[in-house]
Design a protein around this ligand. Sequence first.
Ligand SMILES: C[S@@+](CC[C@H](N)C(=O)[O-])C[C@H]1O[C@@H](n2cnc3c(N)ncnc32)[C@H](O)[C@@H]1O
Length: 185
Amino acid sequence: MNNLKPSTWIMNQINALKIRRKINILDFASGNGRHAINLSKNYSMITAIDKDIEKLNLYKNIKNIKTICFDLETNEDWPLEKESFDIIIVTNYLYRPRIKELANFLKKDGFIFYETFAVGNEKYGRPSNPSYLLKNEELIDIFKSTFDIMYYFQGKVINDQISIKQRCSLKKRLLKNRSLLQNKY
Ligand SMILES: C[S@@+](CC[C@H](N)C(=O)[O-])C[C@H]1O[C@@H](n2cnc3c(N)ncnc32)[C@H](O)[C@@H]1O
């Protein structure tokens, strides 16, 4: 099924780390599970969080996957353990008011791999609402104070259709006396 095809970029970022130990991966706003399902074949624990219970039900019984049904856009604390994930992936999802909090759930040295739509996508289709389109270098601007930027791209991506995407690989920096980040973005 085509809509279950994972992003090649996301899969390459994770596989390039050549991690052989047990790791915890968070698939944030996991949707139909195209990444969680594929990652569960090679990685030990995938936590998939989304507000859509029907989508989560499609893969809640797969070995190595834990699903959490939760609305990520309220003021309620996210039901995730602080500093517990080695990798967080976010694809095709953007909610600016709480985006910086992702860092709180990463272990020291952990990675965020983020890929979503960017300005210019409105010429090709949806999403076209600026709330869902990253501005130029926006992921860098959001995360640069606490992350090293390992990779950045913004431009045309051609799969079944053309879209404008931004991709960013971020590695959490070790900060002394770092207090957990609030919604300051
Ligand atoms: C376009 S889909 C992307 C799914 C997946 N990341 C992927 O790339 O295949 C966006 C997902 O965000 C989820 N979502 C939207 N608003 C949400 C919210 N407030 N809380 C939790 N999940 C939400 C939707 O249910 C949907 O599964």
